[in-house]
Design a protein around this ligand. Structure first.
Ligand SMILES: NC(=O)c1ccc[n+]([C@@H]2O[C@H](COP(=O)([O-])OP(=O)(O)OC[C@H]3O[C@@H](n4cnc5c(N)ncnc54)[C@H](OP(=O)(O)O)[C@@H]3O)[C@@H](O)[C@H]2O)c1
Length: 182
């Protein structure tokens, strides 16, 4: 059985959502935050990402410098640059293997961390294994769409890292780090 205590490498969740916990419309993100995309790249570079097949489809290509591990129920689905798995347990096994192999090649650029990359179905499966969430909170009135699971607010210590006001059509947003208390 997988628990946060027996993971070889910790799993960090990374997400951008609005105050209604909306993360996308099922196909795409609902905002364009160039600064957040740069931040996401910096945070995740050198790590395996675990994502659902729909999130893979929404990105449409592998993210370079990272393992792109894609969960699907299909036994025949393939895509260039995707490491395909049919269970969350296999996703973790592949992520650990990727870290081990790549650490031997270049230990300077590999992080001993796995990222839970979304979307909602994958957050729902993997959040219980995460002690940390890198969360971008976006000011947006959209109330319908794909939702991040509801967190028990008392379980998390929340630290605000940075705040950005609306500028040039980029909505107001802030970066938060959530750390599990227990
Ligand atoms: N704002 C953010 O931070 C963020 C991050 C990521 C994604 N998103 C957005 O989220 C939306 C997509 O999220 P979503 O919840 O609809 O889809 P998703 O979680 O990306 O993918 C769902 C798919 O994952 C596969 N899957 C789920 N559970 C599985 C299991 N236990 N075993 C094997 N395969 C499994 C299935 O693929 P098959 O159908 O192939 O079987 C399922 O259809 C998009 O709009 C995207 O832009 C936002």
């Amino acid at each position: 059985m997988i628990t946060t205590k027996n993971l070889k490498n910790p799993i960090f969740c990374i997400v951008a959502m609005n105050e209604y916990r909306i993360i996308g419309d099922g196909k795409n993100l609902l905002w364009h935050l160039p600064g957040d995309l740069k931040r996401l790249k910096k945070i995740t570079m050198g790590s395996p990402l675990i994502m659902g097949r729909k999130t893979w489809d929404s990105i449409g290509r592998p993210l370079p410098g990272r393992a792109n591990i894609v969960l699907t129920n299909s036994i025949s689905w393939r895509a260039d640059g995707a490491i395909v798995v049919n269970s969350f347990k296999d996703a973790i096994i592949k992520a650990d293997e990727w870290i081990q192999v790549n650490l031997e090649i270049n230990q300077n650029i590999i992080q001993k961390k796995i990222f839970l990359f979304g979307g909602a179905e994958i957050y729902k499966i993997g959040l219980k294994y995460c002690n940390n969430i890198e969360m971008t909170k976006v000011k947006s009135d959209i109330k319908t769409g794909i939702k991040f699971p509801k967190l028990n607010e008392n379980d998390w210590e929340k630290t605000k890292i940075e705040h950005h006001f609306e500028i040039n059509g980029v909505p107001e947003h802030s970066y938060w780090r959530y750390t599990r208390i227990i």
